[in-house]
Every structure is written in C-alpha cells, then in structure tokens.
Design a protein around this ligand. Structure first.
Ligand SMILES: NC(=O)c1ccc[n+]([C@@H]2O[C@H](COP(=O)([O-])OP(=O)(O)OC[C@H]3O[C@@H](n4cnc5c(N)ncnc54)[C@H](OP(=O)(O)O)[C@@H]3O)[C@@H](O)[C@H]2O)c1
Length: 340
C-alpha cells in the first residue's frame, strides 16, 4: 500500500478520496499495489481529519500528498514542507503553480521527489502529461484553448438567446461559477492556465501577469449573432504563439472549420500545434469534482511508480521569458479571428 495525504478536503480533495475508494481495483491493477489515504488535512473539525500539517510531514509512511486547498497561503508553505521531507506533491492549484511552480519543482528535484500539476489545467483532460511525454520532441508553435468552463457555458447560452446576466446567474445556480465570478469572466483563470501551458512547451517561464488579458464581460448578444451570421462563434480563448512570443486571453471569433467551434457548454477544448505532428485536439471536462480529482489521482499513480526519484517536468529549469509581445487587434474589429 502507498500511503498518501490530502491537503484540503473541499470539492477536489473529497473527489480524490472518492476516486481512490471507488477505483481502488483499477489503481491496484495499474500500480501493482493499492493507495491508502492515511491523512486528510483541513481547517474544519471533521472526525478523522487532522488540522496539523506536522503530523503528516513527520510520518515517514506518507509518500505522496495531494494539495487541493487552493490559494497561495498556506498551500505554498505546506507544499514546501512536504517536498523537503521527500514527499511528492500532486496539485490542482493553478495559482500556486503559476506563482511558485519553478521554485517548488527545484525543491522537489533536490529532494528526489516530484511536483506534478496535471489537474491545474484542463481539469480531467490528460493534457500536461501528454504534452510533456508525447510532445517532448515537438516544436510547439501554437496552443489555442477554451480553458474556462464557466465562460464557455455563458457564451454557449448567449448563443442560444440568453443575455449575459441570465447566462451568468444560471452558471452560478448550476455551481459552475463562483459567487464572485471575476476570476472566470475577466479571463484571469484562463490566463493562469495558458501561462502554465506556454511555460511547459517553451522552456521559458511565462507568468500570469505577462498575459494580455481581456474577459467576456464586453461580449454582447449582437456580437454573437454577427459572428454566427459570418459562420463563426465567439469563444474565450487562451492563445500562446511561439513566434513573438505572445500569450493572449480574449474573446476570439472561431470559424466553423475549427474543432474549437464545436466545444460548447462547460467543456474545454485545447488545440496544440507541433511542427511535426501538426494540429492535435484535446477535449473534455475542464473542471468539476470527479474529472479534476481523476487528474490528481493520475499524478499520484505517476509519483507512486517513480518513488525515490524526481519526475522531470522541465519546470525546475525554467528562466523567466525575456519579453512577451502584446499583439494588437486588427483595425476596425472588436475581436481577433482564430488563425489570422
Ligand atoms: N472545483 C473545481 O472544479 C476545480 C477544478 C480545477 C482546479 N481546481 C483548483 O483546485 C483547488 C481546490 O479547489 P476546490 O474547488 O476543491 O476548493 P474548495 O472546495 O474551497 O476546497 C478547498 C478546501 O481546502 C480547505 N482549506 C483552506 N485552507 C486550509 C488550511 N489552511 N488548512 C487546511 N485546509 C484548508 C478548505 O476549507 P474551508 O472550506 O473551511 O475553507 C476547503 O475544504 C483550487 O486551487 C482550484 O482552483 C478546482
């Protein structure tokens, strides 16, 4: 049995426990042994849950921790403490990966353990591992992704005739959008994700602050109807271009000929263009308890298979990108067109 801990027993953290309980047989088949959740850490007083991080990091039986707390504090300190004890950490926390991912990956390498973050981008879509492993030899020229399910849900519903406010309150009622939806609708969530993707493929660290970022609050029903009349859809995209380089988050016009056109509702879609493989499309649930937890558990399995050694993600070697272009919009147009 591999003993693990879960830091933060909220939506994703409780999902990790569920995936491990429900799919223990599949995990054992893949790993050759089972996974046991030895500790759950949370600030709430729940029976069986510990509140003191030191109990976990001082237990030599714990080999892997899942950081599903979110935010920077105290997730950063707890992750560091675990890595310094040789405990690998698997996280869904994009904010922490963007802000401290390089440093935490260096610490993991120094202590022969790993810092993996599959669930931080694209929820349940096996995106980062595939890019890391199957695209390792590719020169990636572009990544264009619908990376925020809330915005995609709102834009899909606006296309069906609802106004922005109604579509947003439905997204909130369905649990897709936070009560304060600013991080989603203003594009910051997408910016963090595309910055992580750009860093992964370019070998240079792009930070969220370097992303030219515009959300969907200015998109009107008329914009969507006009796009439709031209055979296009308005989608919030995160776009990385190696040439420049540039990283942009903005509403784009997506032509019907693009597979991203058909990515609707809360789904995510990511198109990666390599110099040899050409376009490859990823599609799936970009958030939610089970899909996100599934991605965390896939990292747990990878860490368990590589105990005592560091899994090279490339993040520990990243140096800040020297400069980032902010491409201007074509004159007279409200939105850029994907591919132009
Ligand atoms: N939900 C999704 O679909 C999704 C998808 C992809 C990525 N993510 C990312 O995954 C992370 C977690 O998201 P979530 O939706 O699961 O959040 P959540 O439901 O709020 O869960 C976070 C949990 O961590 C606990 N916590 C907060 N501070 C703590 C501390 N100091 N010590 C111990 N526990 C603490 C919280 O307790 P309290 O509730 O008492 O504060 C809560 O139970 C975030 O970084 C998020 O961006 C989420």
């Amino acid at each position: 049995m591999i003993n693990i801990a879960i830091f933060g027993f909220g939506t994703v953290g409780s999902g990790v426990a569920d995936v491990i309980r429900n799919n223990q047989a599949e995990i054992t088949k893949t790993l050759g042994e089972g996974v046991n959740v030895k500790y759950i850490l949370d600030i709430r007083d729940i029976p069986g849950v510990v509140n003191d991080i030191n109990i976990i990091v001082n237990d030599p039986e714990v080999k892997i921790a899942c950081e599903t707390m979110g935010g920077k504090k105290p997730a950063y300190e707890y992750t560091k403490l675990a890595l310094e004890r040789g405990i690998s950490v698997c996280t869904s926390n994009k904010e922490l990966v963007d802000a401290h991912g390089v440093e935490l990956s260096e610490i993991a390498r120094e202590h022969n353990c790993s810092y993996l973050f599959e669930a931080s981008v694209g929820g349940g879509i096996p995106l980062l591992r595939t890019i890391r492993e199957a695209f390792g030899h590719e020169r990636v020229s572009r990544i264009a992704g619908i990376l925020n399910g809330t915005c995609n849900y709102i834009l899909t519903n606006m296309k069906a005739g609802k106004d922005y406010a109604t579509a947003l309150s439905e997204a909130q009622a369905n649990g897709y959008a936070e009560r304060n939806p600013a991080a989603d609708v203003e594009g910051h969530d997408t910016a963090r994700k595309i910055a992580i993707l750009a860093s992964l493929v370019s070998g240079q660290k792009f930070s969220y602050e370097q992303v030219s970022c515009e959300g969907i609050t200015g998109v009107t029903q008329k914009d969507i109807a006009d796009a439709e009349a031209d055979g296009m859809a308005v989608k919030l995209l995160g776009v990385y271009e190696a040439e420049g380089p540039s990283v942009v988050v903005a509403p784009y016009l997506v032509p019907k000929s693009s597979p991203l056109y058909a990515v609707n509702d809360v789904f995510n879609g990511v198109m990666v263009t390599g110099n040899m493989v050409d376009d490859v499309m990823f599609y799936g649930r970009g958030a939610g308890k089970n899909p996100t937890a599934s991605a965390v558990v896939s990292d747990v399995i990878e860490c368990a298979k590589n105990q005592g050694r560091n899994i090279h993600t490339g993040f520990a070697d990243l140096k800040p990108v020297a400069s980032v272009n902010a491409p201007s919009k074509p004159a007279g147009r409200k939105f850029r067109v994907l591919g132009e």
